[in-house]
Ligand binder design. Structure first.
Ligand code: MN
Length: 201
């Protein structure tokens, strides 16, 4: 059976300082993401599930045990999250900026809507920018759910996500999730968001 592996980061643990601190990145990647990956493989093995693709698995995730949903989501959401950050993430492409402006009014307004989703997600979860039938939509999911999952309120193609579990920010920001969400824009990898938008639109 194919094993899922913890992906290497494309930057050093301290590369996103001071907005995301080195110790948080190190624990988040080497401990939290590593545990989701290990437990995802174990859940697949325990339940004798062959995965053709994450998209296909998530599209029928309601049929599988909670361990597959929670750890599969944890594995894949973090894989995306690391790619959505960079010490030199550039700016939105002109076509993405146009779509953001026509949907939200401006990039700043989009950030407000996105951060509102991040801050108002009760407990642990994720904020998302997704593409739904060609339209940009901001949403959030609880726990490790993904907008690719059939259980998600809003289903769409992920273009950007922010982890708002306390483990993502507590060491540096403690209870100040809004401050973390605000500072996080300094390290957003717009090049990756633009690439995904171009491929999915
Ligand atoms: Mn996390």
């Amino acid at each position: 059976m194919a094993k899922f592996e913890l992906p290497a980061l494309e930057y050093a643990y301290d590369a996103l300082e001071p907005f995301v601190d080195k110790l948080t990145m190190e624990i988040h990647h080497s401990k939290h993401h590593n545990a989701y990956t290990t437990n995802f493989n174990k859940a697949l093995e325990d339940n004798k599930i062959e995965v053709n693709s994450i998209e296909e698995l998530f599209a029928s995730i309601s049929k599988y045990p909670a361990a597959v949903r929670n750890n599969g989501g944890g594995y894949y959401n973090h894989l995306l999250f690391w790619k959505f950050m960079s010490p030199n993430g550039g700016q939105p492409s002109s076509e993405l900026a146009e779509a953001i402006n026509s949907t939200f009014g401006s990039v700043d307004e989009f950030k407000k809507v996105f951060n509102n989703a991040a801050v108002t997600r009760f407990g642990s979860g994720w904020a998302w920018l997704v593409l739904v039938d060609g339209k940009l939509v901001v949403t959030s999911t609880p726990n490790q759910d993904s907008p690719l999952m059939d259980v998600s309120d809003v289903k769409g193609t992920p273009l950007l996500c922010l982890d708002v579990w306390e483990h993502a920010y507590y060491l540096k920001y403690q209870n100040r999730r809004p401050e973390f969400a605000e500072n996080w824009w300094n390290v957003v990898n717009w090049n990756e968001v633009s690439r995904l938008y171009s491929a999915a639109k």
